[in-house]
Design a protein around this ligand. Structure first.
Ligand code: AMP
Length: 421
């Protein structure tokens, strides 16, 4: 379906054209027409499906008439980065409209938010904690909300925000439209949806499975040799932009410092950083100022940065879900991506679980010219594809960032073509 067949407000259509959308994505096709009718929606969809516009467009259509100076649309999202991203998308789509939108999250001063709220806004995109602060201090008036969006409700639940969400909902008018999005539907989330949605239309886009455009590989090594192997690996691999996930904030900090020491263009993203620095990292990475983003799982959900060539799990994630979310940062929009996991012998049971979900074994590889010492066992598993690795097109000698990028782009387009055949 084409956007121009929906009969949307002209100013909104102008915004849609300005971002270059013509055809609705499957989730938009299924949700936008029913949301415009005012129905509640329960959408099961991963990020990267066009989910943001799926709720932003009907929301802006509703807001295109009847400005009353009060907040009429409230979007609640789990992380500040996701709130920023939603806010940016809404701002682009509404660039020809008069609607005013604000982000409300912690880690930045509350006073400017109070001032802007006092002046009047139409849309608030908020994280639960700071939103509750505003509610408790009566600096926000939610009595005019007629559309509520909960985005990544399952992530909010994982992060322990469920009681906060229930508290926030108590402060909203009962007579409203609710659009509820989650990538997975555990019991808590299903119960929440049942409690707050009114006869919703349930829409599911695809099953929650890893993108087929991602190829997976494992690099077994001992914990002691991990850092050395990581650097040898990135030295010998032609990469575009890379996200490296670690298990803890401390490990993110340490690996980032090591990358900087070796003059890589890198940024870090972890929860102990100030919001300003978090924004600088993500925006710098998005704009190509950095080749590497070292992050905790804070960056594994919802963030849409196209063209990430590699996700490297420096540490194995704790759950299969986390693995799928992390690798979902690459292989987006039909481009090819590589998911590399550096594993230690302790990770074997998690590897088996991931292989079960992928329904195929993952290649075990070795880094050429890396001194594994006399370590044996896991690195030499039967399925080791040492020979394959020798033919690995990504096996290159040290290159500058620019050379590596060019190399990656050329290989990347070749691979995309061969995938299309
Ligand atoms: P999301 O799932 O909301 O993170 O969206 C993923 C990407 O798809 C974003 O870069 C959007 O700008 C883009 N996108 C969303 N809807 C459309 C559409 N109808 N046509 C083309 N691109 C879209």
């Amino acid at each position: 379906m084409q956007f121009n067949s929906l009969g949307l407000d002209d100013r909104l259509m102008k915004g849609i054209r300005s971002v270059g959308y013509e055809t609705l994505t499957p989730i938009q096709d299924k949700t936008i027409p029913i949301s415009i009718e005012g129905r509640d929606v329960l959408g099961l969809a991963q990020t990267g499906t066009g989910k943001t516009a799926a709720f932003a467009i009907p929301m802006l259509e509703k807001l295109s008439v009847g400005y009353n100076g009060k907040i009429r649309a409230l979007v609640v999202a789990p992380t500040r980065e996701l709130a920023d991203q939603i806010h940016q998308n809404i701002s682009q789509l509404s660039s020809s409209m008069k609607t005013k939108s604000i982000t409300l999250y912690g880690g930045v001063s509350k006073n400017p938010q109070d001032d802007r709220l006092a002046k009047g806004v139409d849309i608030a995109v908020a994280c639960p904690g700071r939103l509750l602060d505003h509610i408790r201090e009566s600096t926000i008036d939610l009595s005019g909300v007629d559309i509520l969006v909960l985005d990544e409700a399952d992530t909010m639940c994982d992060m322990g925000f469920l009681p906060d969400i229930r508290e926030i909902i108590k402060h909203l008018p009962k007579n409203r439209q609710t659009l509820f999005f989650a990538a997975t539907m555990p019991k808590d989330i299903r119960n929440l949806a049942k409690d707050i949605l009114n006869d919703p239309t349930e829409v599911q886009i695809g099953i929650i499975a890893p993108a087929k455009t991602v190829s997976h590989s494992l690099y077994p090594v001992t914990e002691k040799l991990k850092s050395g192997l990581f650097f040898q690996l990135i030295e010998s691999t032609a990469t575009g932009q890379v996200i490296v996930f670690t298990r803890t904030k401390h490990r993110t900090k340490k690996l980032f410092a090591d990358l900087e020491k070796r003059k890589y263009r890198a940024a870090a993203l972890q929860g102990n950083m100030s919001q300003n620095r978090r924004t600088q990292s993500i925006e710098g990475f998005r704009k190509g100022k950095f080749d590497f983003l070292v992050a905790t799982d804070i960056a594994s959900r919802g963030i849409d940065i196209p063209d990430i060539s590699h996700v490297i799990n420096y540490d194995m994630p704790n759950t299969v879900d986390a693995y799928i979310h992390r690798i979902g940062r690459t292989g987006r929009a039909e481009t090819l991506g590589q998911a590399i996991t550096i594993t230690t012998p302790d990770d074997e049971s998690m590897i088996r679980k991931i292989e079960q979900v992928l329904k195929s074994p993952i290649d075990r590889k070795k880094v050429d010219n890396f001194d594994y010492g006399n370590q044996s066992g896991s690195a030499d598993r039967k399925r080791s594809s040492n020979n394959k690795n020798r033919n690995n097109p990504f096996r290159y000698r040290r290159k500058t960032s620019d050379q590596k990028r060019k190399q990656y782009s050329s290989e990347h387009s070749k691979d995309n073509k061969s995938q299309a055949r």
